[in-house]
Design a protein around this ligand. Structure first.
Ligand SMILES: [Zn+2]
Length: 133
């Protein structure tokens, strides 16, 4: 155990995350990225076809603009996540993946498993959401 601890301490930051694990998260991020790109393209297509339909009456138009607003919001969420994924992939390249971008605390595996593009530890994430960061 002492040996392990010593080895851990000599490495800084993400050195404690082995290559295999990094590759695993990279794959996860890339497949999620593709999924989002497909979803964004599909949503944009739906928004366009709702616009082009000349047979829709006024009530339908109102419903359409509601749908479009919803789709737009959905796309915004997708785009935000996409950006976070791109940043996470950059961090893999820079060897800074898996640590909080603010305090450099190592992120919990459990957290990365659920949200591999997480950029903040839970403490900083909370501050971030409250606008304190
Ligand atoms: Zn932090």
């Amino acid at each position: 155990m002492t040996v392990l601890n010593a080895a851990y301490k000599t490495h800084s930051g993400t050195a404690s995350m082995d290559k295999k694990r990094l590759e695993y998260y990279k794959k996860k991020l890339q497949s999620k990225r593709e999924e989002l790109l497909r979803s964004i393209a599909r949503t944009e297509e739906e928004g366009r076809s709702a616009d082009d339909d000349p047979t829709v009456d006024l009530a339908d138009k109102a419903a359409n603009s509601y749908t479009k607003e919803f789709l737009f919001g959905q796309n915004n969420t997708d785009r935000t996540t996409l950006q976070q994924i791109d940043e996470a992939l950059n961090r893999i390249r820079n060897n800074s993946f898996g640590t909080c971008v603010n305090c450099e605390t190592e992120l919990q595996q459990k957290r990365l498993e659920a949200v591999p593009w997480a950029s903040h530890c839970t403490v900083c994430q909370e501050k971030h959401e409250q606008g304190l960061l």
